[in-house]
Design a protein around this ligand. Structure first.
Ligand code: GLA
Length: 390
């Protein structure tokens, strides 16, 4: 885990010049899972845990990038990009690839990055790197790209270069996050509205420390199943362009023609969209008890209908359900591991965290990580205050 000072110091040591410093946050998602790529609603927030990206320009087309957390480095040329076996350079090269394809006037650059977002925990460290680099290169080379386009560039980088058909949520929350707020994103109109997050609600993440290698292929499979659902609905309802347009009534009417797995996936998505809208109403009323019930219902759907949970996540959520100090909990992110999000009464954060950790340890003989997190601002350039020696 690296701080901004460490990233800056490393950069100065290696390249002897002051870099542009970008802070790029992770995200949580209160509710609205697997709805983004179905043109539905999501309710994420940027968090204070961030990746830090230090960059400076070169005059040629060469790039040298250092992953400080991994103590690893990689070099490439922006005019000859090809996927790397190493994995991590693809998140950065994917962004360069998109900028080049769109014809932006890019040159080579130096980059050191690292940060506080645990990898594989479901807080979107990858989106933080992609969107953070897109943001930084936009400033560094004065490309004049609007924020929404940066979001799309980062998303396409992941879709095309990394190979995960992810939706827009993570990058959008990264760029548009606002301290003290969650944002309701309409993934069809690609517009958002902020909702203040009260200080009488704490967010605790419990990281199962499980990550399944099938996560990426299963994710892409879920997308395909949803597309199949839309195709079948269109036979009777041609105006259904995505599951956002579907209703449970339509699904039930055509149930005989829809394979049961596809029916389960689609009904989950339709219900989850409704839960997001309801959750926003509950946030406005500060009715956290009802909000919490929606989280539990979301988890149930993710586990039983969408089938993207795992025993570790299910156990953490069922344990949370027994604790009245927790309003609600559910798995967060793509699934198959990663963490649960727990909405907790602030005065009980320590107590419930200890109970959840202990119960998890007893069951799985492994210590989960716990993070008490709060909302933070979207990606931005950090003013240089450092006295680090060149
Ligand atoms: C991952 C993807 C997002 C979203 C979530 C599930 O985090 O990157 O686009 O689909 O899974 O809600």
């Amino acid at each position: 885990m690296n701080s901004i000072e460490q990233i800056e110091t490393k950069f100065l040591e290696l390249f002897q010049e002051q870099p542009l410093l970008v802070r790029s946050p992770g995200r949580v998602n209160i509710i609205g899972e697997h709805t983004d790529y179905n043109q539905g609603f999501v309710l994420p927030a940027a968090i204070e845990k961030s990746m830090y990206i230090a960059i400076s320009s070169r005059t040629d087309t060469h790039c040298k990038i250092i992953a400080h957390d991994l103590q690893d480095e990689f070099e490439f040329d922006i005019t000859a990009l090809s996927r790397s076996e190493k994995g991590w350079p693809n998140y950065l090269m994917g962004v360069v690839d998109q900028l080049m394809k769109a014809g932006y006037g890019l040159r080579g650059f130096h980059c050191v990055f690292g940060g506080e977002i645990p990898v594989g925990a479901g807080m979107s460290s990858s989106a933080a790197i992609e969107a953070g680099l897109a943001y930084g290169l936009n400033v560094l080379f004065n490309l004049g790209i609007a924020k929404k386009e940066l979001v799309r560039i980062a998303q396409r980088a992941e879709n095309e270069f990394v190979g995960l058909q992810c939706g827009i949520m993570d990058m959008y929350a990264n760029i548009f996050g606002m301290d003290g707020h969650v944002l309701k994103l309409d993934c069809r109109s690609v517009d958002h509205r902020y909702y203040p997050l009260d200080h009488t609600l704490s967010i605790v993440l419990l990281d199962t420390r499980v990550s399944h290698s099938l996560a990426s292929s299963e994710y892409n499979k879920r997308r395909a199943e949803c597309t199949e659902g839309v195709r079948l609905l269109q036979k009777k309802y041609p105006l259904v362009h995505s599951l956002r347009d579907a209703t449970l009534g339509m699904l039930n009417e055509l149930q005989a023609e829809i394979p049961s797995v596809v029916y389960k996936r689609c009904s989950y998505v339709v219900e989850e969209n409704e839960r997001v809208e309801e959750a926003c109403r509950m946030l406005e009323r500060s009715d956290y008890t009802k909000l919490g019930e929606l989280l539990y219902a979301s988890h149930e759907g993710l586990s039983k209908k969408y089938e993207v949970s795992c025993p570790e996540l299910d156990y953490l959520v069922s344990t949370a359900k027994k604790l009245p100090e927790i309003y609600g909990a559910r798995m967060m992110g793509g699934g198959f591991g990663g963490c649960t999000i727990n909405l907790v009464k602030p005065e009980y954060v320590d107590t419930v965290t200890a109970v959840l950790k202990e119960e998890y340890y007893k069951k799985f003989d492994r210590n989960p990580f716990a993070y008490v997190t709060s909302t933070g601002s979207g990606t931005h350039v950090i003013e240089v205050k450092s006295n680090a020696a060149v």
